[in-house]
Ligand binder design. Sequence first.
Ligand SMILES: [Zn+2]
Length: 292
Amino acid sequence: MPELPEVETVRRGLAPAMLGARIEKVELRRADIRFPFPEGFEKRLTGRQIVEVNRRAKYLLFQLDSGETLIVHLGMSGSFRMEKTAVSTPGKFHHERAKDPKHDHVVLVLDNAWVVTYNDPRRFGFMDLTPTEALAKHPRLRGLGAEPLAPEFDAHCLAKLFAGARISLKAGLLDQKRVAGLGNIYVCEALFRARLAPSREASILADARGASTRAAFAVAEAIRNVLEEAVEAGGSTLRDHRQANGELGYFQHVFKVYDREGLRCVRERCRGIIARITQSGRSTFYCSKCQR
Ligand SMILES: [Zn+2]
């Protein structure tokens, strides 16, 4: 399943081709992905210019000049592919690709010769169109918490979110209503960097007066760093990928604790062994020696 850094990588990959482009043609290869496409989907997209390519949590947001925004979620296996019409030879190209063209569900032909194709074998992704001015009220976006890559996401913001919260740090950071888009993997990684045990109470991020604590600074910095490094790593994979086949969407993550149960802690001079526990039904990986 794509994590937030992958979705951000996809956004950055698509933006140069899509920003400012006009959608000349829309090809729907089926009536639905996870849900049916909204009514008049092709008609509402055709001829529209893409004026912004944004992201909120794990949702890609393509703002159109019609006053509507195209919302895309990649689900479990969704990805985009970019091709230049002038240079591609579809028959041959498709044979060489790892992904089966029968899973190409949506094709957007842009007026700048880019063709952007949405491929989704498991079809858990979805697309919707909604008035841009009502975007925040969309059922999928309404109630989403703070955006962890936004400039205003800091220790102060964490203190406000978690003052008095009687849940663990792990559960708290996974709560999409508080922090949006952070998945299990990156919460584990961030808490390792912040040297905090995942079972500690989230309320330690604020003091008695609700002000941010040292732990809040550590967590805010860890979340930002872990996500930005992943986006950067994804960006370099993306450059290689684009040369190869123009596919956007997935890359190899490098983890320090996630999925490393029983292995030595990678922190210098720490002799801990990575443990796995279950918290709210999800696996938590951490080092009990250096995460306190
Ligand atoms: Zn350790």
